[in-house]
Design a protein around this ligand. Structure first.
Ligand code: FAD
Ligand code: SIN
Length: 534
């Protein structure tokens, strides 16, 4: 059994920045299921949205976020998170994060701000096309250099331990987490009164996704099992432009490329976005992804194309070196050729329901970053607002936890926590079945719960997921736990939450588009889809 003042699960932008804040007040443990460098954050390309330009303002950033969010953002949360952006950017600069600069008209250096869909101003700070890696590398270096923080890699958080789970009827409070130490195969109990979930999203629930393999919805599933309220899971954001190539399935082509003038064209070489929205290629993501989906269905082609070849080659290579290099590896020269692209699952706009400080309905438990649902994104996230949210909410969540229960007090240790019990059977043949189940979930989500939905398809998905859940539950109880079994269990849980939320929404709004209710329900104030297990 191990005890810490703060336990942070995840080493993306949310978890790492929370760790640095928490270490100012107590002993911190950061758990991560793979290596600390693996996260969605480290794959972020376009940048981080923050009001910096003279022609920009907090109110304009708020307005753009609200428009993208299609009536479902919580305006207070949006305003407060956007307002705090500049202070968090200063902290990144102090850690040495190197955002691109350019020479202004009067000769001084200023941030080279780019644009993305839905932004009416240039407000995206970036490090070429590899902003996430630049930020997480610097955060991780600072975390590793901090003697108050233990970083435990290969430590898979299985389930939260709460007073309710132990059968106590008093207020529900988090007490710790069961963790699989992958090297030894042992499950260890970690105790803490203050736990931050920073486990990221669930892109891997879909076959075609921009997300790395860590994104299996673990945090939402874990919180759900522990009784946390979950909201708006129907709003899965599909990024319009994922590279369409069999050898590079999950490679994103940043929206910043459209911000710098790239055009979406069909196989006939003609632009099509103006037919769908007057904002053209820079309309919010839900609109562009649906337009591409519709073009692909209309023409029967496998993809559309993104073309930036009209820009000077040195501009393209200096702004998008990672994309240039990666495309070259598969024979596409983006300075000359249009890039084949398709929409792919990218971001979970819903998640564990929190306020703008990351607080959940379980005391001592906060959710930070993509796993949480603060109300910033509503029904569709504005590009580059997620890294911003990670940084802002991480600091607030630490402050809140410390305020509610100062580290000088601990109560988790006064509770008797039972050791983990697991089945002992190991059967390698069953691994094949696990992979088949995984594949089935991801295919059915792509077929039935994608950009365009219908009630019938959602019901079919729900029925198949119910069966799969029963099967996965059997593995879980009877076999020795492994990462594969645990991820499959979380994947099927998260997929079910997406479908359950989608079935409840009888309208089309933002990222949820259904042919059975093709319009937003304007007869009532838009509401979140909130569900709880108990
Ligand atoms: P993550 O960065 O995903 O980190 C999650 C961490 O939790 C990982 O370390 C993971 O291993 C760990 N973890 C998960 N489950 C467990 C478990 N059970 N036990 C232990 N550890 C666990 N957003 C922007 O704002 N700007 C961009 O330019 C941008 N570009 C993007 C490009 C790509 C290709 C992708 C995929 C996303 C992009 N996003 C962008 C979205 C953004 O990167 C993410 O939403 C954000 O980084 C999420 O950060 P996070 O800290 O919440 O989670
Ligand atoms: C991108 O670079 O297009 C991704 C930005 C984001 O997801 O916010």
């Amino acid at each position: 059994m191990r005890q810490y003042d703060f336990i942070i699960i995840g080493t993306g932008a949310g978890g790492l920045s929370a760790a640095l804040h928490a270490a100012k007040v107590g002993r911190v443990c950061v758990l991560t299921k793979r290596s600390a460098a693996e996260s969605n954050s480290s794959w972020a390309q376009g940048g981080i949205a923050c009001v910096k330009a003279d022609d920009d303002s907090v109110e304009q950033h708020v307005a753009d976020t609200l428009v993208a969010g299609a009536g479902l953002c919580k305006e207070d949360a949006v305003r407060s998170i956007v307002s705090e952006g500049p202070a968090r950017i200063e902290e990144l600069l102090a850690l040495g994060v190197d955002f691109d600069h350019k020479e202004a008209a009067d000769g001084h250096l200023e941030f080279d701000l780019t644009r993305e869909g839905g932004h009416t101003r240039r407000r995206v700070l970036h490090h070429r096309d590899a902003t996430g890696k630049e930020i997480t590398d610097k955060l991780l270096a600072a975390v590793r250099a901090n003697p108050g923080i233990d970083v435990l890699e290969g430590h898979y958080a299985i389930d939260l331990i709460t007073t309710a789970k132990l059968g106590m009827v008093s207020e529900d409070r988090v007490l710790g987490v069961y963790v699989l130490e992958e090297n030894s195969g042992k499950v260890i109990t970690f105790r803490s009164d203050r736990i931050l979930l920073a486990t990221g999203g669930c892109g891997r629930v879909y076959l075609y996704t921009t997300n790395p393999s860590i994104a299996t919805g673990d945090g939402v599933a874990m919180a759900w099992r522990a009784g946390a309220a979950v909201a708006n899971m129907e709003f899965i954001q599909f990024h319009p432009t994922c590279l369409y190539h069999p050898q590079k399935r999950s490679f994103l082509i940043t929206e910043a490329m459209r911000g710098e003038g790239a055009r979406l064209i069909g196989s006939d070489g003609k632009e099509f976005m103006q037919r769908y929205d007057p904002r053209g290629s820079l309309a919010p993501r839900d609109i562009v992804a649906r337009a591409i989906d519709s073009e692909i269905k209309r023409t029967g082609g496998p993809c559309v194309y993104l073309d930036i070849s009209h820009k000077p080659a040195d501009f393209i290579v200096s702004h998008f070196p990672t994309i240039h290099r990666t495309c070259m590896e598969v024979g596409i020269d983006i300075t000359k050729d249009p890039i084949p692209v398709v929409p792919a699952a990218h971001y979970q706009c819903g998640g564990v329901l929190t306020n703008a400080n990351g607080a959940t309905n379980i005391r001592g438990l906060c959710a930070v970053g993509e796993v949480g649902c603060t109300g910033l994104h509503g029904a569709n996230r504005l590009a580059s607002n997620s890294l911003l949210e990670c940084l802002v909410v991480a600091r607030r969540a630490v402050e809140l936890l410390e305020h509610k229960m100062p580290v000088s007090r601990t109560i988790a240790q006064t509770y008797e926590i039972p050791d983990w019990r697991t089945g002992n059977a190991v059967d390698v043949d069953e691994l094949v079945v696990i992979y088949h189940n995984w594949d089935e979930i991801r295919r059915l989500m792509g077929d039935y719960v994608s950009i365009v939905r219908t009630t019938k398809r959602l019901q079919r998905a729900a029925a198949r997921l119910r069966n799969l859940k029963r099967e996965v539950q059997e593995f879980y109880w009877n076999f020795k736990v492994t990462r594969e079994v645990l991820e499959l269990r979380n994947l099927v849980e998260t997929a079910s939450l997406i479908v359950d939320c989608a079935i409840r929404r009888h309208e089309s709004r933002g990222l949820h588009y259904t042919l059975d209710y093709p319009e937003p329900d304007n007869n009532r104030v838009p509401i979140d889809t909130v569900i709880r297990r108990y």
